[in-house]
Write a protein that binds this ligand. Structure first.
Ligand SMILES: [Zn+2]
Length: 540
């Protein structure tokens, strides 16, 4: 009787396990994922701006969930790693930007013609000559240099965003990052930069992008994170002027040079090289900045591995907790909730942690779950964690980062950034094959996605990383949905809880990322850059 009884329980257990393996309830999993977003992207958290009370509540929520999932605290105190910031606000009425031509002054309209970028700590006042330098960057590996033969000494370098199609996307992204670009221009003696934003590579129209100039600019206050002291920092230091210019009004800059913005955009569109020429204008700036200080939070928790040696190595699973807070109202709404950007990624981190703990999945390496602050301020929280890790610096072996993966439709295609760069990519290929999901190449390298989220902070410390986005087919309704989402909801108050999201598709995505995490944790060798990968150079 007893034996039979036990056997029937065992049989039932096996049956339950089998049915669980055969049919995951993605609808229910999707609802569980969405529940986190409902809290994090609710109006109460006021858009989780870096340094705000809403962000602090979000950090406490994540710490609470980490604790419920049995993670070991891995912050500086408990799960929290405090991060201190210097904050700059533009005082626009007290600032000005002028073009001087033949002694005549043309005052530009800030916001309409151009906007100052404060992140580089620009000079309070400057005046200088300007030169148009094509795309304004160089890629030594491809013997490509837009600056060769140009005299930029003491001048403002004006350039068009984007680059030639002939250069691989990830490489181009790296050299176009603010830090790399400025390193090169600074060495040539340039005084500052004006970027003309190519409307084709902008995620949102100029009018909406320009609103972000009222949001505070932040840099890490920790002196050991000072960009000039950290050669891997993504921050330009020593620029007198940093401005972005509305392409629609860029002929104001080009007048008298014999070139027009129409001609330059047409050349860019058809893949022709861009002209380079001196501008017949001097640029004069006056910048008034209000300064303050802020503190925000990274949140970290560890699911320990069990292998006596490998448990001291960490696979990081990350997403950013911050969004852009409260801003100029659009359609009567001023709370920028950031549901997809990036409450969605945080919800995935929480779900993966919960699942791995509940299923008692055997892990050789440890997993470090990480929610970072300050992503929207220039990957600041992740840079702080990557340069001030709460575990031994060299023990981080991978970063699997999720930011705005956009589950707007069923998961058939996935774009994986960094796929060909490391063995982590090979593990992802195996995961995708098993899930029946087709991996896609990045069709829009000009958007520089690979360097635009927190994985880049880890890449610069030599850590192999991957980053993901739902894919689609060219010309498909899904592609249209994605483009429409970027145009209307990206960094707008409508990235909120009322938008349609395919929650079951998100649950399938979470399952794939969880599977990747397990493979990275249990692989015999730790993830490594491919021999031929450009990013291998950051290995320490
Ligand atoms: Zn964002």
């Amino acid at each position: 009787m007893k034996i039979v009884h036990n056997a029937s329980i065992l049989g039932l257990a096996i049956l339950t396990m089998m049915s669980a393996a055969a049919a995951v309830d993605y609808q229910a999993e999707g609802r569980s994922w969405w529940a986190h977003i409902q809290y994090l992207a609710g109006d109460k958290l006021e858009g989780r701006d870096t340094g705000s009370a809403g962000h602090k509540l979000a950090a406490q929520y994540v710490a609470g969930e980490f604790e419920r999932s049995g993670l070991k605290p891995a912050g500086a105190s408990g799960y929290i790693q405090p991060v201190k910031f210097d904050v700059s606000h533009i005082d626009e009425p007290a600032s000005s930007l002028d073009l001087i031509r033949d002694g005549k002054v043309q005052r530009l309209k800030l916001g309409e013609d151009a906007a100052f970028s404060l992140r580089s700590g620009i000079a309070p006042a400057f005046e200088g000559a300007a030169v148009f330098a094509g795309y304004g960057f160089a890629v030594p590996e491809h013997k490509y240099d837009e600056l060769s033969g140009l005299d930029v000494k003491g001048k403002i370098v004006v350039y068009l965003s984007g680059g030639p199609k002939s250069i691989p996307g990830e490489l181009m992204s790296h050299y176009q990052s603010a830090g790399e670009r400025w390193k090169h221009l600074h060495a040539l003696g340039a005084a500052g930069t004006v970027v003309i934003a190519n409307p084709k590579s902008m995620d949102v129209p100029w009018e909406r992008a320009a609103l972000s100039r009222f949001m505070p600019s932040m840099s890490l206050a920790d002196p050991s994170s000072d960009p000039s002291a950290d050669p891997s920092a993504d921050e330009p230091a020593g620029a007198m002027l940093s401005v972005s210019f509305n392409a629609a009004n860029a002929d104001k800059l080009l007048a008298g040079s014999g070139h027009s913005i129409g001609e330059i955009l047409a050349a860019a569109g058809s893949g022709q090289p861009l002209p380079k020429f001196p501008l017949m204008v001097r640029i004069r700036s006056k910048v008034s900045v209000k300064k303050s200080a802020a503190e925000s939070q990274n949140v970290a928790g560890i699911l320990p591995g069990t292998d006596p040696k490998l448990k001291d190595e960490y696979v990081v699973v990350s997403a950013h907790l911050d969004h852009i807070g409260v801003g100029k109202p659009i359609g009567g709404d001023s709370i920028y909730n950031g549901a997809m950007d990036d409450a969605s990624g945080i919800a995935s981190v929480l779900e993966i942690a919960r699942h791995l703990q509940q299923s008692k999945t055997k892990l050789k390496r440890s997993i470090l779950f990480l929610a970072v602050t300050g992503e929207e301020k220039g990957l600041q929280g992740s840079r702080y964690f990557a340069t001030h890790p709460t575990v031994k610096a060299k023990s981080i072996v991978a970063d699997i980062n999720m930011d705005m993966f956009l589950p707007l439709y069923p998961l058939k295609y996935l774009v994986v950034y960094g796929l060909e760069e490391s063995t982590l990519g090979d593990q992802m290929k195996a995961v995708a094959a098993a899930a029946g999901v087709e991996l896609q190449k990045d069709r829009e390298p000009e958007r520089n996605i690979f360097i635009r989220s927190d994985q880049y902070s880890f890449i610069k410390q030599g850590v192999p990383s991957l980053f993901f986005k739902f894919g689609n087919l060219p010309g498909s309704p899904e592609e249209k949905m994605e483009k429409e989402w970027l145009r209307v909801r990206y960094h707008a108050p409508s990235d909120d809880l009322s938008q349609p999201v395919d929650k079951a598709a998100a649950a399938r995505f979470n399952e794939m990322i969880r599977e990747l995490t397990v493979r990275a944790a249990n692989g015999t060798a730790k993830p490594a850059w491919k021999k031929e990968s450009f990013f291998r150079r950051f290995e320490k």
